[in-house]
Design a protein around this ligand. Structure first.
Ligand SMILES: [Zn+2]
Ligand SMILES: [Zn+2]
Length: 447
């Protein structure tokens, strides 16, 4: 019997952070791991909302979306891919699912499905993020999924969004490990440990690893972040403004604990409130309840609310949970207000008092859900005399820990992705037994 050949092709996540699109072929079986949006590629051509892509065709023309037969909705050919597996719900791993044929099953963690569906309900219809009618099939750690000749085992990892997974894929030519995005200094390092143990036991022929943090690495952990936040909030006389990613539940938890400790309330946006409500379905998550005395919901000033916003406002108004900018302004020393940069127009009515502070606490220099415009953000804060703190802990593994992890897993070959520093990575790892491949986009690597 002729043995199947197994190969990896990287259509995204090459020399860039995010945009992961990894095709694994095993004989006639084809499976994608992640199908994310490339912020880097998109930024080369577009600056929303003034210049946004109008169609899938434009994205393919500019090669922001790779030209691959038999996977896109618009392609009349039958599907050529058996499944897409999502490592987690960050848009740089998931957003281009919008274009995938609806008959191709999309496997993801239960939490990821909740996040993606909630995000799609609260975002306006968007060419690049539309999960409607996708054939989602959810899993939890320990489940084994068979797609023709492949057996895929998802294992939970710790990352800056809940419901993140790495994968061990049993192919005709041995096990292939994909880390997704992971770290060992978050709130649940034991999850990453479980994954590493399983990956090691599989004696993999190849590992596809994220290598985000090769420069500017900082040593910290979620516990230290909470301590630093406390030191800032304790000394702040006015309002504390907090910028963090909507789906970063660990960070939301830290702000919630610190608010409570300092007799303040955490006022979250309607979007965060909606997501929190949705995530309560996931009993495995430890998240604050909106009914809690230390939680408020901030209602932006606008004339018309979407249906989901009106429903939330109606549901929580009787408990005096909904605060507008004027109510918030009167109680600045009692509030930590979660505020994204694109909500800064509210500052005009809020008028932060002397002694207020702003804490940017997004996981990465660019947030994995949106880009932050630092220069304009600083201009706004300067105008109101609000100093800016950056309390940071990365969602990604630090270099020395990554090296120790890869040494332990001991795959025959290593493919670094999700990094702008693949060459540095290869040199740093040169004393490992594993052969490091400097990945080229769209090239097929036989295993
Ligand atoms: Zn990522
Ligand atoms: Zn991520």
């Amino acid at each position: 019997m002729v043995k199947n050949t197994t190969s990896l092709t990287f259509y995204g996540g090459v020399n860039e952070i995010g945009g992961n699109k990894i095709l694994l072929k095993d004989g006639d079986t084809k499976v994608f791991f992640d199908f994310g949006m490339s912020f880097t590629m998109k930024k080369q051509f577009y600056s929303p909302p003034f210049l946004s892509p109008k169609s899938e065709n434009s994205l393919q023309e500019l090669e922001i979306l790779p030209k691959i037969k038999g996977i896109y909705k618009s392609d009349p050919n039958p599907p050529e891919v058996g499944a897409v597996f999502l490592s987690h719900g960050h848009l740089d791993h998931s957003a281009h699912l919008s274009f995938i044929k609806r008959e191709i099953p999309v496997y993801c963690g239960e939490t990821t499905q909740i996040i993606l569906q909630a995000l799609s309900e609260i975002r306006r219809a968007d060419l690049e993020f539309d999960v409607a009618d996708l054939d989602f099939r959810s899993f939890r750690t320990g489940k084994k999924i068979t797609v023709d000749s492949l057996e895929i085992e998802p294992f939970h990892v710790d990352h800056s969004v809940p419901g993140a997974y790495g994968f061990i894929v049993h192919t005709s030519n041995g096990a292939v490990v994909y880390t997704g995005d992971f770290r060992d200094h978050g709130a649940k390092p034991e999850m990453t440990r479980d994954f590493v143990e399983k990956a090691k036991d599989a004696k993999p022929v190849a590992i596809v690893t994220e290598a985000t943090n090769m420069t500017d690495a900082s040593v910290s952990c979620e516990a230290e972040v909470e301590d630093k936040l406390n030191r800032i909030v304790t000394r702040t006389d006015g309002i504390v403004l907090a910028g963090f990613s909507n789906s970063d539940v660990d960070r939301l938890n830290s702000f919630y604990h610190i608010a409570k400790k300092n007799q303040r309330c955490l006022a979250v946006s309607l979007k965060q409130a909606y997501l929190l409500d949705a995530l309560r379905k996931d009993k495995g998550l430890r998240i604050p309840c909106l009914d809690d005395d230390a939680m408020l919901i901030f209602r932006k000033s606008k004339k018309r609310f979407d249906m989901w916003e009106s429903q939330l406002i109606e549901q929580y108004s009787p408990q005096n949970k909904i605060f507008d900018v004027f109510e918030t302004s009167k109680q600045q020393c009692k509030v930590i207000l979660a505020m994204a940069y694109y909500d800064f127009e509210e500052l005009v009515s809020l008028q932060p008092t002397a002694g207020s502070s702003y804490i940017l606490s997004s996981s990465e220099p660019f947030n994995e859900e949106m880009e932050i415009d630092h220069e304009r953000l600083t201009n706004w804060l300067s105008h109101y005399g609000v100093p800016q703190y950056h309390v940071h802990v990365s969602g990604h593994m630090m270099p020395l820990q990554l090296k120790a992890t890869l040494k332990e897993i001991n795959a025959e070959r290593t493919f670094p992705i999700h990094t702008e520093h693949a060459e540095l990575f290869a040199k740093f790892m040169r004393d490992l037994k594993s052969q490091v491949t400097h990945v080229e986009k769209c090239r097929e690597y036989l295993l």
